[in-house]
Design a protein around this ligand. Structure first.
Ligand code: GRF
Length: 185
């Protein structure tokens, strides 16, 4: 069983999908810790309901990014975390964390990378008028959504943004759990 930590800054629907997949016995992993840089984010409520420990850690309470990431590493090592799973974590990972978890940090992004990296990938898809966008799972490096791609799935853009967001989320939840399953085997 692989011990993982999920990092999230917002709603946490991908966290929830991973947790439910574990509960159904489909994914042989344990979420030992949820880490959020946004104290009070909805992911905290979701984690508490599932009885999963949460670390709410605000970067601005540390003197530097390195200090912030070292505090995170201490919490991860205490729980023998093997993999870091980013799920809507809205912050670049720095050298401190990258070197502590080489090739053991993955992210999900709501576009077919390398198109539309960074913020509001779905909005970028509408601005460019693409008819097909998608979802990417990739290893994390120092860049913004630039690491080696592990898995992708295409999603047709709908007329309404709401509908596209719904399709993207559904695709994310399926692709992330399936990809993690392969990675942990
Ligand atoms: C997802 O679209 C993910 O791809 C992106 O942030 C969003 C997080 O959604 N990185 P949620 O918090 O998991 O619902």
């Amino acid at each position: 069983m692989t011990k993982i930590a999920v990092f999230a800054s917002g709603s946490g629907s991908n966290f929830q999908a991973i947790a439910e997949s574990i509960l159904r016995g489909e994914l042989n992993a344990k979420i030992e810790l949820v880490i959020t840089d946004k104290p009070g984010a909805f992911v905290v409520t979701r984690a508490k309901e599932l009885g999963i420990p949460v670390l709410e850690i605000a970067p601005k309470t540390f003197a530097s990014k390195a200090d912030y990431e070292q505090a995170i590493i201490d919490a991860l090592q205490e729980k023998n975390i093997e993999w870091i799973v980013l799920a809507g974590y809205m912050r670049l990972i720095g050298e401190t964390l990258l070197s502590a978890f080489p090739n053991r940090i993955v992210n999900i992004h709501p576009s077919l990378l390398p198109s539309f990296p960074g913020k509001d990938a779905i909005g970028q898809a509408y601005e460019h008028g693409v008819k097909v966008t998608g979802v990417t799972v990739h290893f994390v490096d120092a860049g913004m959504d630039t690491g080696p791609i592990i898995a992708q799935v295409a999603v047709e853009v709908a007329e309404s943004r709401e509908e596209t967001e719904e399709r993207i989320h559904q695709a994310e939840h399926k692709l992330y759990t399936a990809t993690l399953k392969q990675l942990f085997q």
